[in-house]
Design a binder for this molecule. Structure first.
Ligand SMILES: NC(=O)c1ccc[n+]([C@@H]2O[C@H](COP(=O)([O-])OP(=O)(O)OC[C@H]3O[C@@H](n4cnc5c(N)ncnc54)[C@H](O)[C@@H]3O)[C@@H](O)[C@H]2O)c1
Length: 309
């Protein structure tokens, strides 16, 4: 099998990620079937996919014709056997629960073609956890996207120890086929590459704040100027959502009793969440929206050339 043999892609779970991943594969010529637990969810997914595609047209990334062609390639079903029939590639994007993912892979396993490539979009779990349940461990690996998929086109390709290297190669090539930049992860690692760096950055910024080392604004300022970024770690947390940041931190602290200043960081985020200050989505977090202080003139003073010959 080669990447060009991937013609039909099954997406299990038509939520936030499944919609984007389905559209992405359809935009680049694959037939896509979305599977979910009921028709209502699938209809919402189809409507939302139309909106994502319209946004890409408005942004000038794709033409109206490309959007229409992609939408025409997407079908939906709640029937497992029909969903899996002829699928060359499967991506599972259901909620981040070991038990649920094991159950769903187990239920689907009897319907897959023998040479289908099976992938999970898990954010934090390892493909080896589900490889056996999938029924075909050597063709199982993680294929993990960033949101929004079309624009932030980095995708992690992470095999487990039992993945056939030829399958990993096919997925690296297929990633390129569908407009993504593959990041090959040479060994299983729970936060892949970007998330490993990203979570470290946020944790460092949080440590500085809860210890009163510097203000939220100065922490962001330092990062923004030196890294030439439009926002700093606290601005980023506001975008992610402070409820999500709290949940992620609670999990990390539960997994590592020595997590530095875990209790204090949780208390800081909990206070924000209790106050309904969840970040950009509620209009207030560490900053106030829609015009946060960090995007106002004067928040950072970037040096620009003044005396040119
Ligand atoms: N949201 C992100 O930014 C992001 C980024 C990368 C990876 N991920 C990972 O992607 C996966 C999905 O995340 P999401 O944000 O799309 O979640 P979501 O809650 O938006 O969507 C999950 C979908 O799975 C469906 N589902 C639930 N049980 C199911 C079942 N038994 N069979 C089939 N479908 C079922 C739900 O109805 C829903 O449509 C998770 O593993 C998450 O960690 C998320």
């Amino acid at each position: 099998m080669q990447a060009s043999d991937i013609k039909k892609v099954l997406i299990i779970g038509s939520g936030t990620m499944g919609r984007h991943i389905g559209l992405q594969n359809a935009l680049f010529g694959c037939d896509v079937v979305l599977y979910d637990i009921n028709e209502e969810i699938l209809q919402k997914a189809v409507t939302h996919i139309g909106k994502i595609a319209a946004g890409l047209v408005r942004g000038g990334y794709i033409t109206e014709e490309m959007a229409e062609a992609a939408k025409a390639r997407i079908t939906t079903t709640t029937d497992m056997a029909a969903a899996a029939a002829d699928a060359d590639l499967v991506n599972e994007s259901i909620p981040e629960s070991i038990e649920l993912k094991k159950k769903v892979w187990g239920e689907f396993s009897k319907y897959f073609k023998k040479d289908a490539i099976l992938t999970t979009n898990t954010s934090t779990l390892l493909p080896s956890l589900f490889a056996e349940a999938s029924g075909n461990p050597s063709r199982f690996l993680a294929w993990h996207f960033a949101m929004p998929v079309f624009i932030l086109n980095i995708v992690d390709v992470m095999p487990h120890a039992g993945t056939d290297p030829a399958v990993t190669e096919i997925m690296i090539e297929h990633s390129r086929r569908v407009g993504q930049t593959p990041i090959y992860i040479a060994r299983e690692w729970p936060r892949y590459v970007y998330n490993e760096m990203f979570t470290s950055l946020l944790a460092a910024a949080q440590r500085l704040a809860v210890n009163g080392v510097a203000s939220v604004e100065d922490i962001d300022r330092a990062w923004m100027v030196i890294m030439e970024m439009p926002r700093g770690p606290f601005g980023i947390m506001d975008n992610v959502g402070l409820d999500t940041c709290l949940a992620v931190t609670k999990e990390a602290v539960a997994a590592d009793p020595n997590y530095p200043y875990g209790k204090e960081i949780i208390a800081m985020l909990q206070a924000k969440v209790d106050a309904g200050e969840l970040g950009r989505k509620t209009g207030k977090g560490f900053y106030t929206y829609p015009n946060p202080a960090y995007s106002q003139p004067g928040f950072v003073e970037r040096v620009v050339p003044k005396y040119k010959n």
